[in-house]
Design a protein. Structure first.
Length: 525
Protein backbone atom coordinates (compact mmCIF):
# COMPACT_ATOMS: atom_id res chain seq x y z
CA UNK A 1 0.00 0.00 0.00
CA UNK A 2 3.00 2.33 0.34
CA UNK A 3 3.01 2.91 -3.40
CA UNK A 4 -0.36 4.68 -3.51
CA UNK A 5 1.41 7.91 -2.62
CA UNK A 6 3.14 7.75 -6.00
CA UNK A 7 -0.07 6.98 -7.88
CA UNK A 8 -1.96 9.81 -6.20
CA UNK A 9 0.50 12.20 -7.74
CA UNK A 10 -1.11 11.56 -11.12
CA UNK A 11 -4.70 12.04 -10.05
CA UNK A 12 -6.94 14.92 -11.00
CA UNK A 13 -10.04 15.84 -9.11
CA UNK A 14 -12.97 17.99 -10.01
CA UNK A 15 -12.71 21.64 -10.90
CA UNK A 16 -14.81 24.70 -10.85
CA UNK A 17 -16.05 26.17 -14.08
CA UNK A 18 -14.78 29.51 -15.26
CA UNK A 19 -17.11 32.18 -16.52
CA UNK A 20 -16.60 34.30 -19.56
CA UNK A 21 -18.46 37.39 -18.46
CA UNK A 22 -17.83 39.11 -21.75
CA UNK A 23 -19.90 36.50 -23.52
CA UNK A 24 -22.83 36.56 -21.09
CA UNK A 25 -25.37 39.22 -22.00
CA UNK A 26 -27.03 38.68 -18.65
CA UNK A 27 -24.09 40.41 -17.03
CA UNK A 28 -23.84 43.24 -19.50
CA UNK A 29 -25.76 45.65 -17.29
CA UNK A 30 -23.80 45.62 -14.09
CA UNK A 31 -20.94 43.09 -14.52
CA UNK A 32 -21.77 41.34 -11.25
CA UNK A 33 -21.39 37.59 -10.67
CA UNK A 34 -24.64 35.74 -10.01
CA UNK A 35 -23.51 32.30 -8.96
CA UNK A 36 -26.71 30.68 -7.67
CA UNK A 37 -28.85 31.37 -10.71
CA UNK A 38 -26.07 30.59 -13.16
CA UNK A 39 -25.02 27.19 -11.79
CA UNK A 40 -28.42 25.68 -11.00
CA UNK A 41 -29.64 23.74 -14.00
CA UNK A 42 -32.26 21.62 -12.28
CA UNK A 43 -34.94 24.07 -11.18
CA UNK A 44 -36.85 26.88 -12.78
CA UNK A 45 -35.04 30.09 -11.85
CA UNK A 46 -37.03 32.62 -9.90
CA UNK A 47 -37.33 36.19 -11.11
CA UNK A 48 -34.79 38.38 -9.32
CA UNK A 49 -36.06 40.68 -6.57
CA UNK A 50 -36.16 44.23 -7.88
CA UNK A 51 -35.04 47.12 -5.70
CA UNK A 52 -37.75 49.53 -4.53
CA UNK A 53 -37.26 52.17 -7.21
CA UNK A 54 -39.78 54.16 -9.19
CA UNK A 55 -38.37 52.89 -12.46
CA UNK A 56 -38.86 49.31 -11.30
CA UNK A 57 -42.35 49.98 -10.08
CA UNK A 58 -43.20 51.17 -13.55
CA UNK A 59 -41.87 48.00 -15.20
CA UNK A 60 -44.61 45.71 -16.57
CA UNK A 61 -44.96 42.27 -15.06
CA UNK A 62 -42.63 39.74 -16.68
CA UNK A 63 -40.18 42.27 -18.07
CA UNK A 64 -37.52 41.29 -15.52
CA UNK A 65 -37.45 37.71 -16.81
CA UNK A 66 -35.06 38.68 -19.58
CA UNK A 67 -31.89 38.60 -17.51
CA UNK A 68 -32.76 35.15 -16.15
CA UNK A 69 -33.57 33.84 -19.60
CA UNK A 70 -30.29 35.20 -20.86
CA UNK A 71 -28.38 33.46 -18.09
CA UNK A 72 -30.04 30.16 -18.93
CA UNK A 73 -29.46 30.45 -22.65
CA UNK A 74 -27.47 27.71 -24.30
CA UNK A 75 -23.75 28.00 -23.84
CA UNK A 76 -21.83 27.87 -27.09
CA UNK A 77 -18.58 28.83 -28.68
CA UNK A 78 -18.36 30.10 -32.25
CA UNK A 79 -18.34 27.68 -35.14
CA UNK A 80 -14.77 27.06 -36.19
CA UNK A 81 -15.62 27.82 -39.81
CA UNK A 82 -16.37 31.51 -39.29
CA UNK A 83 -15.49 34.41 -37.05
CA UNK A 84 -18.83 36.12 -37.10
CA UNK A 85 -19.73 38.60 -34.36
CA UNK A 86 -23.31 39.18 -33.35
CA UNK A 87 -24.61 42.15 -31.41
CA UNK A 88 -26.23 41.51 -28.05
CA UNK A 89 -29.97 41.10 -27.85
CA UNK A 90 -31.37 44.47 -26.76
CA UNK A 91 -32.83 44.55 -23.30
CA UNK A 92 -36.40 45.72 -22.72
CA UNK A 93 -36.55 49.34 -21.51
CA UNK A 94 -38.53 50.06 -18.38
CA UNK A 95 -41.78 51.92 -18.88
CA UNK A 96 -41.43 55.54 -17.71
CA UNK A 97 -43.72 57.25 -15.29
CA UNK A 98 -45.87 56.04 -12.46
CA UNK A 99 -46.87 52.38 -12.54
CA UNK A 100 -50.60 51.55 -12.16
CA UNK A 101 -51.63 49.43 -9.22
CA UNK A 102 -53.16 46.67 -11.30
CA UNK A 103 -51.03 44.02 -13.08
CA UNK A 104 -50.83 44.57 -16.82
CA UNK A 105 -50.72 41.74 -19.32
CA UNK A 106 -47.30 40.14 -19.81
CA UNK A 107 -45.22 41.71 -22.50
CA UNK A 108 -44.95 39.41 -25.58
CA UNK A 109 -41.17 39.70 -25.74
CA UNK A 110 -40.83 38.58 -22.14
CA UNK A 111 -42.96 35.53 -22.78
CA UNK A 112 -40.82 34.53 -25.74
CA UNK A 113 -37.64 34.78 -23.71
CA UNK A 114 -38.84 32.75 -20.75
CA UNK A 115 -36.47 29.86 -20.11
CA UNK A 116 -39.30 27.41 -19.42
CA UNK A 117 -41.21 26.11 -22.41
CA UNK A 118 -44.26 23.96 -22.71
CA UNK A 119 -42.81 21.52 -25.23
CA UNK A 120 -39.35 20.59 -26.46
CA UNK A 121 -38.24 22.25 -29.68
CA UNK A 122 -39.16 20.68 -32.97
CA UNK A 123 -36.59 18.19 -34.14
CA UNK A 124 -34.96 17.93 -30.73
CA UNK A 125 -33.59 14.53 -29.75
CA UNK A 126 -35.04 15.10 -26.30
CA UNK A 127 -38.62 15.33 -27.52
CA UNK A 128 -39.46 11.91 -26.06
CA UNK A 129 -37.37 12.19 -22.92
CA UNK A 130 -40.08 13.79 -20.79
CA UNK A 131 -42.72 11.35 -19.62
CA UNK A 132 -44.59 13.87 -17.51
CA UNK A 133 -46.04 15.98 -20.31
CA UNK A 134 -43.87 19.05 -19.75
CA UNK A 135 -40.42 20.17 -20.77
CA UNK A 136 -37.42 18.91 -18.79
CA UNK A 137 -34.68 21.34 -17.70
CA UNK A 138 -32.52 20.12 -20.57
CA UNK A 139 -35.28 20.56 -23.13
CA UNK A 140 -35.98 24.02 -21.71
CA UNK A 141 -32.31 24.93 -22.01
CA UNK A 142 -32.22 23.64 -25.57
CA UNK A 143 -35.31 25.67 -26.48
CA UNK A 144 -33.98 28.91 -24.99
CA UNK A 145 -33.03 31.48 -27.66
CA UNK A 146 -29.40 31.89 -28.56
CA UNK A 147 -28.37 35.24 -27.19
CA UNK A 148 -25.76 36.91 -29.37
CA UNK A 149 -22.69 38.52 -27.85
CA UNK A 150 -20.09 40.75 -29.41
CA UNK A 151 -17.13 39.93 -27.24
CA UNK A 152 -14.58 37.73 -28.97
CA UNK A 153 -14.53 33.98 -28.74
CA UNK A 154 -17.45 33.72 -26.33
CA UNK A 155 -19.91 35.07 -28.91
CA UNK A 156 -22.82 32.80 -29.78
CA UNK A 157 -24.83 32.52 -32.95
CA UNK A 158 -28.47 33.63 -32.67
CA UNK A 159 -29.81 32.29 -35.92
CA UNK A 160 -29.32 28.54 -36.46
CA UNK A 161 -30.25 27.18 -33.01
CA UNK A 162 -29.01 23.91 -31.50
CA UNK A 163 -29.43 20.62 -33.28
CA UNK A 164 -29.50 17.02 -32.02
CA UNK A 165 -25.91 15.91 -31.71
CA UNK A 166 -24.56 13.01 -33.75
CA UNK A 167 -24.55 10.09 -31.29
CA UNK A 168 -21.23 8.48 -32.27
CA UNK A 169 -17.73 9.68 -31.53
CA UNK A 170 -14.22 8.25 -31.49
CA UNK A 171 -10.53 8.92 -31.93
CA UNK A 172 -7.02 7.53 -31.96
CA UNK A 173 -3.55 8.59 -30.78
CA UNK A 174 0.07 7.63 -31.25
CA UNK A 175 2.12 7.66 -28.04
CA UNK A 176 5.88 7.54 -27.56
CA UNK A 177 6.56 5.92 -24.20
CA UNK A 178 9.71 5.97 -22.10
CA UNK A 179 10.25 4.10 -18.83
CA UNK A 180 11.19 6.31 -15.89
CA UNK A 181 12.93 5.38 -12.66
CA UNK A 182 14.67 2.22 -13.88
CA UNK A 183 17.03 0.45 -11.52
CA UNK A 184 20.66 1.48 -11.97
CA UNK A 185 22.01 -1.67 -10.31
CA UNK A 186 24.89 -3.40 -12.17
CA UNK A 187 23.85 -6.64 -13.84
CA UNK A 188 27.01 -7.80 -15.64
CA UNK A 189 30.62 -6.87 -14.82
CA UNK A 190 34.03 -8.20 -15.66
CA UNK A 191 36.28 -9.82 -13.07
CA UNK A 192 37.68 -6.43 -12.07
CA UNK A 193 34.14 -5.18 -11.26
CA UNK A 194 33.92 -2.86 -14.27
CA UNK A 195 30.23 -2.49 -15.08
CA UNK A 196 29.33 -3.77 -18.54
CA UNK A 197 25.52 -3.83 -18.25
CA UNK A 198 23.02 -2.27 -15.85
CA UNK A 199 19.35 -2.94 -15.24
CA UNK A 200 18.41 0.41 -16.79
CA UNK A 201 19.99 -0.75 -20.05
CA UNK A 202 17.13 -3.22 -20.42
CA UNK A 203 14.55 -0.57 -21.31
CA UNK A 204 12.88 -1.06 -24.71
CA UNK A 205 14.19 1.16 -27.49
CA UNK A 206 10.97 0.98 -29.53
CA UNK A 207 8.73 3.53 -27.83
CA UNK A 208 5.74 3.75 -30.19
CA UNK A 209 2.32 2.69 -28.96
CA UNK A 210 -1.26 3.55 -29.86
CA UNK A 211 -4.72 3.84 -28.39
CA UNK A 212 -8.18 3.97 -29.95
CA UNK A 213 -11.51 4.87 -28.42
CA UNK A 214 -15.13 4.98 -29.54
CA UNK A 215 -18.41 5.75 -27.84
CA UNK A 216 -21.99 6.87 -28.05
CA UNK A 217 -24.08 9.53 -26.33
CA UNK A 218 -27.31 8.59 -24.57
CA UNK A 219 -29.77 10.16 -22.16
CA UNK A 220 -30.37 13.05 -24.55
CA UNK A 221 -26.69 13.90 -24.59
CA UNK A 222 -26.32 14.03 -20.82
CA UNK A 223 -24.05 10.96 -20.72
CA UNK A 224 -21.87 8.82 -22.95
CA UNK A 225 -20.26 5.40 -22.89
CA UNK A 226 -16.64 5.48 -24.04
CA UNK A 227 -14.56 2.34 -24.74
CA UNK A 228 -10.78 2.69 -25.07
CA UNK A 229 -8.00 0.23 -25.92
CA UNK A 230 -4.26 0.85 -25.58
CA UNK A 231 -1.35 -1.34 -26.71
CA UNK A 232 2.41 -1.02 -26.32
CA UNK A 233 4.31 -4.01 -27.71
CA UNK A 234 7.92 -2.92 -28.34
CA UNK A 235 10.38 -5.14 -30.10
CA UNK A 236 12.39 -7.61 -28.06
CA UNK A 237 15.47 -6.01 -26.52
CA UNK A 238 18.73 -7.97 -26.78
CA UNK A 239 22.07 -7.08 -25.21
CA UNK A 240 25.11 -9.38 -25.68
CA UNK A 241 28.29 -8.91 -23.68
CA UNK A 242 31.29 -10.97 -24.92
CA UNK A 243 34.31 -11.85 -22.81
CA UNK A 244 37.11 -9.55 -23.95
CA UNK A 245 39.70 -11.33 -21.79
CA UNK A 246 38.80 -9.76 -18.43
CA UNK A 247 36.16 -12.38 -17.62
CA UNK A 248 32.40 -12.04 -17.06
CA UNK A 249 30.37 -12.07 -13.89
CA UNK A 250 26.58 -12.10 -13.39
CA UNK A 251 25.95 -9.88 -10.35
CA UNK A 252 23.49 -11.76 -8.14
CA UNK A 253 25.19 -13.01 -4.97
CA UNK A 254 22.19 -15.23 -4.15
CA UNK A 255 23.21 -17.52 -7.02
CA UNK A 256 26.06 -18.74 -4.82
CA UNK A 257 23.44 -20.74 -2.88
CA UNK A 258 22.01 -22.41 -6.02
CA UNK A 259 23.76 -25.17 -7.96
CA UNK A 260 23.49 -27.09 -11.23
CA UNK A 261 25.08 -30.24 -12.67
CA UNK A 262 25.46 -30.00 -16.43
CA UNK A 263 27.15 -33.42 -16.61
CA UNK A 264 30.65 -32.65 -15.40
CA UNK A 265 29.84 -32.34 -11.70
CA UNK A 266 27.85 -29.87 -9.61
CA UNK A 267 28.86 -26.23 -9.38
CA UNK A 268 27.15 -23.13 -8.15
CA UNK A 269 25.26 -21.16 -10.74
CA UNK A 270 27.27 -18.08 -9.81
CA UNK A 271 30.58 -19.87 -10.52
CA UNK A 272 29.31 -21.42 -13.74
CA UNK A 273 28.62 -17.96 -15.18
CA UNK A 274 31.82 -16.53 -13.66
CA UNK A 275 34.29 -19.19 -14.81
CA UNK A 276 32.80 -20.64 -17.98
CA UNK A 277 30.80 -17.93 -19.80
CA UNK A 278 32.35 -16.84 -23.09
CA UNK A 279 29.50 -14.35 -23.42
CA UNK A 280 26.36 -13.34 -21.58
CA UNK A 281 23.23 -12.49 -23.54
CA UNK A 282 20.30 -10.63 -21.95
CA UNK A 283 16.88 -10.56 -23.65
CA UNK A 284 13.86 -8.63 -22.38
CA UNK A 285 10.39 -8.65 -23.88
CA UNK A 286 7.78 -6.20 -22.51
CA UNK A 287 4.13 -5.91 -23.47
CA UNK A 288 1.39 -3.65 -22.06
CA UNK A 289 -2.26 -3.47 -23.04
CA UNK A 290 -5.32 -1.89 -21.46
CA UNK A 291 -9.07 -1.94 -22.00
CA UNK A 292 -11.41 0.48 -20.24
CA UNK A 293 -15.13 1.24 -20.34
CA UNK A 294 -16.17 4.61 -18.91
CA UNK A 295 -19.48 6.30 -18.17
CA UNK A 296 -18.93 9.97 -19.00
CA UNK A 297 -20.85 13.02 -17.78
CA UNK A 298 -20.40 16.59 -18.97
CA UNK A 299 -19.98 19.64 -16.80
CA UNK A 300 -20.92 20.44 -13.24
CA UNK A 301 -24.57 20.26 -12.14
CA UNK A 302 -25.54 18.10 -15.14
CA UNK A 303 -24.78 19.47 -18.59
CA UNK A 304 -25.95 18.11 -21.93
CA UNK A 305 -24.07 17.96 -25.21
CA UNK A 306 -25.57 19.85 -28.15
CA UNK A 307 -24.70 19.82 -31.81
CA UNK A 308 -23.75 22.80 -33.93
CA UNK A 309 -23.46 22.99 -37.69
CA UNK A 310 -22.45 25.57 -40.28
CA UNK A 311 -22.36 25.21 -44.07
CA UNK A 312 -18.93 26.85 -44.20
CA UNK A 313 -16.85 23.86 -43.14
CA UNK A 314 -13.43 23.62 -44.74
CA UNK A 315 -14.36 20.09 -45.84
CA UNK A 316 -17.83 21.06 -47.04
CA UNK A 317 -21.20 20.13 -45.66
CA UNK A 318 -20.67 21.69 -42.24
CA UNK A 319 -19.60 18.48 -40.52
CA UNK A 320 -16.86 17.25 -42.77
CA UNK A 321 -17.55 13.97 -44.54
CA UNK A 322 -21.20 13.39 -45.35
CA UNK A 323 -22.41 16.89 -44.52
CA UNK A 324 -24.79 17.82 -41.72
CA UNK A 325 -28.36 16.72 -42.26
CA UNK A 326 -30.36 15.18 -39.45
CA UNK A 327 -27.62 15.29 -36.82
CA UNK A 328 -24.93 17.82 -35.99
CA UNK A 329 -21.42 17.53 -34.67
CA UNK A 330 -19.52 19.18 -31.86
CA UNK A 331 -16.09 19.12 -30.28
CA UNK A 332 -14.74 19.16 -26.75
CA UNK A 333 -15.44 22.90 -26.64
CA UNK A 334 -18.72 22.67 -28.54
CA UNK A 335 -22.07 23.83 -27.15
CA UNK A 336 -23.50 22.63 -23.86
CA UNK A 337 -27.00 23.04 -22.44
CA UNK A 338 -26.37 24.34 -18.95
CA UNK A 339 -27.12 27.47 -17.05
CA UNK A 340 -23.70 29.09 -17.07
CA UNK A 341 -21.74 30.73 -19.86
CA UNK A 342 -17.99 30.26 -19.99
CA UNK A 343 -14.95 28.92 -21.77
CA UNK A 344 -14.41 25.82 -19.63
CA UNK A 345 -15.76 22.34 -20.41
CA UNK A 346 -15.67 19.80 -17.58
CA UNK A 347 -15.94 16.08 -18.20
CA UNK A 348 -16.05 13.45 -15.44
CA UNK A 349 -16.00 9.68 -15.82
CA UNK A 350 -16.47 6.52 -13.78
CA UNK A 351 -15.40 3.26 -15.28
CA UNK A 352 -13.89 -0.21 -15.23
CA UNK A 353 -10.37 -0.95 -16.48
CA UNK A 354 -8.30 -4.00 -17.26
CA UNK A 355 -4.55 -3.35 -17.42
CA UNK A 356 -2.10 -6.11 -18.35
CA UNK A 357 1.68 -6.02 -17.97
CA UNK A 358 3.75 -8.92 -19.33
CA UNK A 359 7.49 -8.83 -18.73
CA UNK A 360 9.99 -11.54 -19.69
CA UNK A 361 13.72 -11.59 -18.91
CA UNK A 362 16.23 -14.25 -20.02
CA UNK A 363 19.94 -14.22 -19.16
CA UNK A 364 21.82 -16.75 -21.25
CA UNK A 365 25.36 -17.91 -20.49
CA UNK A 366 27.49 -19.47 -23.24
CA UNK A 367 29.17 -21.92 -20.88
CA UNK A 368 29.48 -25.14 -22.91
CA UNK A 369 32.69 -24.18 -24.74
CA UNK A 370 30.89 -24.08 -28.09
CA UNK A 371 30.27 -20.93 -30.11
CA UNK A 372 26.69 -19.78 -29.82
CA UNK A 373 23.90 -20.75 -27.46
CA UNK A 374 22.94 -24.41 -27.50
CA UNK A 375 21.21 -27.08 -25.47
CA UNK A 376 23.91 -27.34 -22.79
CA UNK A 377 24.23 -23.62 -22.12
CA UNK A 378 22.82 -21.93 -19.04
CA UNK A 379 19.49 -20.03 -19.12
CA UNK A 380 18.17 -17.92 -16.26
CA UNK A 381 14.51 -16.86 -16.72
CA UNK A 382 12.28 -14.43 -14.83
CA UNK A 383 8.80 -14.00 -16.35
CA UNK A 384 5.89 -12.04 -14.87
CA UNK A 385 2.30 -11.38 -15.88
CA UNK A 386 0.07 -8.82 -14.14
CA UNK A 387 -3.65 -8.49 -14.72
CA UNK A 388 -5.17 -5.48 -12.98
CA UNK A 389 -8.96 -5.24 -12.70
CA UNK A 390 -10.74 -2.39 -11.00
CA UNK A 391 -12.60 0.90 -10.79
CA UNK A 392 -11.24 4.25 -11.93
CA UNK A 393 -12.38 7.86 -11.73
CA UNK A 394 -11.38 10.45 -14.29
CA UNK A 395 -11.79 14.12 -15.04
CA UNK A 396 -10.90 16.30 -18.01
CA UNK A 397 -10.91 20.06 -18.41
CA UNK A 398 -11.02 21.68 -21.84
CA UNK A 399 -10.51 25.44 -21.89
CA UNK A 400 -11.38 27.47 -24.97
CA UNK A 401 -8.52 29.74 -26.01
CA UNK A 402 -10.30 30.96 -29.14
CA UNK A 403 -12.70 29.77 -31.79
CA UNK A 404 -10.50 26.75 -32.62
CA UNK A 405 -7.76 26.16 -30.03
CA UNK A 406 -8.27 24.53 -26.63
CA UNK A 407 -6.13 23.59 -23.64
CA UNK A 408 -6.74 20.12 -22.16
CA UNK A 409 -5.88 18.83 -18.70
CA UNK A 410 -7.04 15.39 -17.63
CA UNK A 411 -6.34 12.59 -15.22
CA UNK A 412 -7.48 9.17 -14.07
CA UNK A 413 -6.90 7.22 -10.89
CA UNK A 414 -8.06 3.78 -9.85
CA UNK A 415 -7.77 1.04 -7.25
CA UNK A 416 -7.27 -2.45 -8.65
CA UNK A 417 -6.87 -6.06 -7.73
CA UNK A 418 -3.72 -7.49 -9.32
CA UNK A 419 -3.70 -11.15 -10.29
CA UNK A 420 0.08 -11.54 -10.64
CA UNK A 421 1.96 -14.62 -11.80
CA UNK A 422 5.70 -15.30 -11.61
CA UNK A 423 7.66 -18.02 -13.42
CA UNK A 424 11.30 -18.59 -12.50
CA UNK A 425 13.78 -21.19 -13.72
CA UNK A 426 17.51 -21.87 -14.01
CA UNK A 427 18.08 -24.66 -16.52
CA UNK A 428 19.81 -26.08 -19.53
CA UNK A 429 17.87 -28.18 -21.99
CA UNK A 430 18.81 -31.31 -20.02
CA UNK A 431 19.51 -30.12 -16.43
CA UNK A 432 17.74 -28.00 -13.79
CA UNK A 433 19.30 -25.86 -11.10
CA UNK A 434 18.38 -26.42 -7.44
CA UNK A 435 18.81 -24.81 -4.03
CA UNK A 436 21.77 -26.01 -1.98
CA UNK A 437 19.63 -26.25 1.15
CA UNK A 438 17.06 -28.63 -0.42
CA UNK A 439 19.08 -30.45 -3.05
CA UNK A 440 18.01 -31.69 -6.47
CA UNK A 441 14.39 -32.70 -6.79
CA UNK A 442 12.82 -30.92 -3.83
CA UNK A 443 14.77 -27.75 -4.51
CA UNK A 444 14.48 -27.68 -8.30
CA UNK A 445 14.38 -24.11 -9.56
CA UNK A 446 11.51 -24.43 -11.96
CA UNK A 447 8.56 -22.75 -10.26
CA UNK A 448 5.37 -20.95 -11.18
CA UNK A 449 3.35 -19.11 -8.52
CA UNK A 450 0.52 -16.57 -8.48
CA UNK A 451 -0.92 -14.16 -5.96
CA UNK A 452 -3.64 -11.49 -5.76
CA UNK A 453 -2.77 -8.14 -4.25
CA UNK A 454 -3.90 -4.51 -4.30
CA UNK A 455 -2.49 -2.21 -6.97
CA UNK A 456 -2.98 1.35 -8.10
CA UNK A 457 -2.96 3.03 -11.49
CA UNK A 458 -2.89 6.72 -12.34
CA UNK A 459 -2.69 8.85 -15.49
CA UNK A 460 -2.01 12.52 -16.11
CA UNK A 461 -2.60 14.15 -19.50
CA UNK A 462 -1.61 17.69 -20.53
CA UNK A 463 -2.06 18.96 -24.06
CA UNK A 464 -3.56 21.21 -26.71
CA UNK A 465 -6.32 20.68 -29.26
CA UNK A 466 -7.26 22.43 -32.50
CA UNK A 467 -10.63 22.19 -34.22
CA UNK A 468 -10.20 21.79 -37.95
CA UNK A 469 -13.97 21.45 -38.44
CA UNK A 470 -17.08 20.95 -36.34
CA UNK A 471 -16.43 17.22 -36.25
CA UNK A 472 -12.65 16.85 -36.32
CA UNK A 473 -10.13 17.91 -33.72
CA UNK A 474 -6.39 17.26 -33.71
CA UNK A 475 -4.61 17.14 -30.38
CA UNK A 476 -1.21 16.55 -28.88
CA UNK A 477 0.53 16.75 -25.55
CA UNK A 478 2.32 14.81 -22.86
CA UNK A 479 1.06 11.85 -20.85
CA UNK A 480 2.31 10.07 -17.73
CA UNK A 481 1.09 6.64 -16.57
CA UNK A 482 2.12 5.00 -13.30
CA UNK A 483 1.23 1.47 -12.20
CA UNK A 484 2.25 0.54 -8.66
CA UNK A 485 1.88 -2.79 -6.92
CA UNK A 486 3.00 -4.76 -9.98
CA UNK A 487 5.67 -7.42 -10.55
CA UNK A 488 8.38 -6.75 -13.15
CA UNK A 489 10.85 -9.28 -14.48
CA UNK A 490 13.87 -7.32 -13.22
CA UNK A 491 12.31 -6.61 -9.83
CA UNK A 492 11.34 -10.27 -9.34
CA UNK A 493 14.87 -11.61 -9.66
CA UNK A 494 15.30 -13.63 -6.42
CA UNK A 495 17.63 -12.25 -3.77
CA UNK A 496 17.73 -15.53 -1.82
CA UNK A 497 17.52 -19.26 -2.54
CA UNK A 498 16.59 -20.65 0.85
CA UNK A 499 14.00 -22.84 -0.87
CA UNK A 500 12.54 -23.14 -4.32
CA UNK A 501 9.18 -21.86 -3.06
CA UNK A 502 10.63 -18.75 -1.42
CA UNK A 503 12.78 -17.98 -4.46
CA UNK A 504 9.74 -18.23 -6.72
CA UNK A 505 7.33 -16.25 -4.52
CA UNK A 506 5.45 -13.36 -6.12
CA UNK A 507 6.55 -9.95 -4.86
CA UNK A 508 4.24 -7.47 -6.59
CA UNK A 509 5.76 -4.35 -5.05
CA UNK A 510 7.27 -2.57 -8.05
CA UNK A 511 6.21 0.65 -9.79
CA UNK A 512 6.27 1.01 -13.56
CA UNK A 513 6.20 4.64 -14.71
CA UNK A 514 5.70 5.46 -18.39
CA UNK A 515 5.84 8.94 -19.86
CA UNK A 516 5.98 10.46 -23.31
CA UNK A 517 4.44 12.70 -25.95
CA UNK A 518 1.36 11.84 -27.99
CA UNK A 519 -0.48 13.13 -31.07
CA UNK A 520 -3.94 12.14 -32.24
CA UNK A 521 -7.30 13.02 -33.72
CA UNK A 522 -10.84 12.99 -32.29
CA UNK A 523 -14.14 12.87 -34.16
CA UNK A 524 -17.33 14.56 -32.91
CA UNK A 525 -16.31 15.11 -29.31
Amino acid sequence: MRHFAIVLGFSLGGAVALDCAAGNPGNADNGTYQAPARWNNFRRPAAPIQPNRSSNNAMPFGASVQSVATQNAIEDLPHPEADRVYPPVPSMPAAPGYAPQHHPAPHPAAAVQSPVVAHPPAGSSCATCDSYGHASPYAAAAAAPWQGAAHGSCATAPAPGPRPISPWFGGSSLMFWNIAGSDNTPLVTDDSSMVLLRNRDLEPTDDTSFDVHAGRYFGCGQYAVDVEYMLWDPECLCRQVPDSGAGLRLINPALQTASINRGGGATTVYDDYDMNAASIQVIRDLRIQSLEVNLVGFGLMGARRLGSCSPASIWGGGCGFGGCRDKACGSAIGPLARAAGGRLRIQNSHGFRWFQLEDELEIGGDVDGMVGYGANDLYYKSITENNLFGYQFGSRLSYCMGSRAMFNLGGKIGVYGNDAEFFHSITTTMATGYTNSQGAGAGDLYTRQSDISVAGLGELDLGLGYRISNCWTINGGYRVLAACGVATAVGQMPTEYTSAASAGAVRADDCLILHGAYVGVDYNW
